[in-house]
Design a protein around this ligand. Structure first.
Ligand SMILES: Cc1cc2nc3c(=O)[nH]c(=O)nc-3n(C[C@H](O)[C@H](O)[C@H](O)COP(=O)(O)O)c2cc1C
Length: 214
């Protein structure tokens, strides 16, 4: 009996230890593939919002390519695949996936795991959000644009985010992935569950996955 209790205790400790170790863990993404893809004019012709997603996880290569396309670094001076007013780069990309929630770190193209919970129930009201593999959240850090008037912070955030979302649309069109950008999100709730600082603002969400019909 005592032995069984000990075994249970050891399992609980091991599980607790695992979750403790994994939160905050840096996950290096695959090297993004920067060649190939569909000709731009065909990608523009295919760009559309799709709201029907397979439950399949994205492959590690697709996830890497997606994040680099969205807002990765494409020049040695740290500039990005999307333009940013005065190069302030206020945006971070948070990800809610089945196995946890993350933030994208562009400097070394990695993900920081912020927690292991499946937060998809908080990712939006539309049904597909709970089963699609990836929900991106574009979070503007007003601290990085504190030099401008408050209304200009909103303007710059609203304009910068459009380029990031469109990069994702074009990448998805090129690779045959499904995506839809989403403004219908509970920003206060997301602010809380993503444990954001007061200066951070969730601007838009974007769901990505393989199309349901593939
Ligand atoms: C700022 C913004 C917010 C949007 N919010 C949502 C949303 O919450 N849910 C949704 O299903 N589609 C959303 N959409 C997608 C639009 O409904 C879609 O782009 C529009 O119907 C045109 O379709 P298309 O993207 O296939 O051309 C949003 C689009 C934009 C630009």
């Amino acid at each position: 009996m005592k032995k069984n209790i000990l075994i249970v205790l050891l399992i609980v400790l091991a599980l607790y230890g695992r979750s403790f170790a994994q939160t905050g863990q840096r996950i290096t993404l695959e090297e993004p593939r920067k060649t190939g893809g569909m000709p731009l004019m065909e990608a523009l012709d295919n760009r559309q919002s799709i709201r029907s997603f397979s439950r399949d996880e994205l492959s590690s290569q697709d996830l890497s390519n997606l994040l680099w396309s969205a807002f990765g670094i494409n020049r040695e001076d740290g500039r990005r695949t999307a333009p940013s007013a005065r190069n302030w780069q206020p945006f971070d990309i948070y990800l809610i996936m089945a196995d946890g929630w993350y933030v994208y770190e562009p400097t070394d193209h990695s993900l920081i795991r912020l927690g292991e919970e499946d937060l998809r129930e908080y990712a939006g009201g539309q049904d597909f959000v709970r089963t699609a593999p990836v929900n991106l959240f574009y979070v503007s850090d007003y601290e990085r644009i504190s030099a401008v008037r408050p209304e200009m912070r909103e303007l710059h955030s609203a304009t910068d985010v459009g380029f990031i979302a469109q990069n994702v649309y074009l990448f998805c069109a090129s690779e045959g992935l499904a995506t839809v950008v989403r403004g219908a999100i509970d920003r206060d709730m997301l602010h809380e569950v993503l444990n954001l600082r007061p200066e951070q603002r969730v601007i838009l969400g974007q769901t990505v996955g393989y199309p349901d019909s593939r």
